[in-house]
Write a protein that binds this ligand. Structure first.
Ligand code: APR
Ligand code: PHB
Length: 390
């Protein structure tokens, strides 16, 4: 079999890229290790920048997100027993973010792909990119016990942080820049109305907390937990008790509890691979970079990578020019590092570092007070939160 582009991974990065290429008349196949149900069962991010929404609309996929997505023109910072609103829209000339689960984005993209008759191979085992240092790359994989090969002009690793694409690169081909945080996030999803209409980012001496949502009847909450925390050591009750302790009294009193649909622990880390290209293999999304979730940027970076890479590949076929694909890594990485900066700042602003002697603590409080006092300070946060321009 021969295609123009072989994409590894049917997460948001791979699906968005596949859809953009399909709309440009470029033939792309997606190879995914998991089943469609497994992909749709993963609970992931939930805050979409307007650039991400614009991409869905351009692809004709705006209807569901426009109907069910929740427009947010502000977030709240909670510290010292009180909440303080950051007016995202007011500080950015009317921009906002949309709360719409990654699961829903994935569902919309999968449905569009199926409707257009584009091929996704699910349950593909041992997916291996080959010969991408020359002009005739291939991807080998196994399906139901049979060995298969696809020839392609380009291979895209959109297969997440633990994927096969980055792992296939020769040693020394890319540099990795990494920061591992000494804590994790314990997440809980529950069918209860959110404690507030807007997201609340909590800085508390007991640790960070975040109140988010998926809909007016489904809440998504997080607690900073030790790096080695285990979800099975917690119950929904102990989770809600701890969340209430970290919230201001008024929000704590409004918190509605309920059974957990899901509880899980995610480590916090930052990772950037450079460059995002080796020969005819490109990395996109989590395969190339991870940011701590405090900035709500992971999914949006997968979307901007897909945008840049689709444009680059389109240029290659339409203009017979390699300028786009040569520039992809630098273009994407510039935006990635902007998000790394913001995500690291938001993390440092709100998380407790074990063993900190009190200096960081006081610095956090000074930074938070500055954000609340000064429009200039708050504007920086707002501009980054709603999303830097493409
Ligand atoms: N072969 C084939 N597919 C693979 C392989 C492999 N060896 N390894 C991983 N995959 C698949 C995974 O099963 C997953 O469906 O690649 C896909 C990668 O999707 P995501 O992890 O969702 O990554 P990405 O598309 O880059 O989206 C980034 O996901 O983790 C969140 O917060 C992150 O919101 C961000 C978004
Ligand atoms: C989420 O709703 O899952 C979420 C929201 C904001 C974040 C991180 C995660 O910063």
């Amino acid at each position: 079999m021969r295609v123009q582009v072989a994409i590894i991974g049917a997460g948001p990065a791979g699906l968005l890229l596949g859809e953009r290429l399909g709309h440009a008349g470029i033939d792309a196949i997606i190879l995914e290790r998991q089943s469609p149900d497994y992909v749709l069962g993963r609970i992931r991010a939930g805050v979409l920048e307007s650039g991400t929404i614009d991409q869905l609309r351009e692809l004709g996929l705006g209807a569901r997100v426009d109907a069910a997505g929740l427009r947010h023109g502000g977030i709240e910072l909670c510290f010292d027993g009180g909440r303080h609103r950051i007016d995202l829209a007011g500080l950015t000339g009317g921009k906002h973010v949309t709360v719409y689960g990654q699961t829903e984005v994935t569902r919309d993209l999968m449905a569009a792909r199926a409707a257009a008759g584009r091929t996704t191979v699910y349950n593909a085992e041992a997916v291996t990119p080959l010969d991408f240092d020359g002009e005739k790359p291939r991807v080998a994989y196994r399906l139901k016990g049979a060995e298969q090969t696809i020839r392609a002009d380009f291979i895209v690793g959109a297969d997440g942080h633990h994927g096969a694409a980055r792992a296939a690169l020769p040693g020394g081909a890319i540099a990795a820049f990494e920061r591992v945080y000494p804590y994790s996030w314990l997440g809980l999803l529950a069918d209860v109305p959110p404690v507030s209409d807007e997201l609340i980012y909590v800085r508390h001496p007991r640790g960070f907390a975040l109140c988010s949502m998926r809909s007016p009847t489904r809440s998504r909450y997080y607690l900073q937990a030790p790096a080695d925390a285990r979800a099975d050591a917690w119950t929904p009750d102990s989770f809600f008790d701890e969340l209430a302790r970290r919230l201001d009294p008024e929000a704590a009193a409004r918190l509605i509890r309920g059974p957990a649909l899901e509880m899980s622990v995610a480590p916090l880390r930052c990772f950037v691979a450079e460059p995002l290209r080796f020969g005819r293999l490109f990395l996109a999304g989590d395969a190339g970079h991870i940011v701590p979730p405090t900035g709500a940027k992971g999914l949006n970076l997968a979307a901007s990578d897909a945008f840049y890479l689709a444009e680059a590949i389109q240029d290659f076929y339409d203009e017979k020019s390699t300028a786009g694909i040569d520039a992809y890594s630098a273009r994407a990485l510039a935006r990635v590092w902007g998000a790394v900066r913001f995500s690291a700042q938001m993390t440092a602003l709100t998380h407790q570092t074990p063993g900190d002697g009190g200096f960081d603590d006081r610095l956090q409080m000074a930074n938070l007070r500055a954000l609340v006092r000064s429009e200039t300070e708050a504007r920086g946060l707002a501009e980054n939160y709603v999303g830097l321009p493409y």
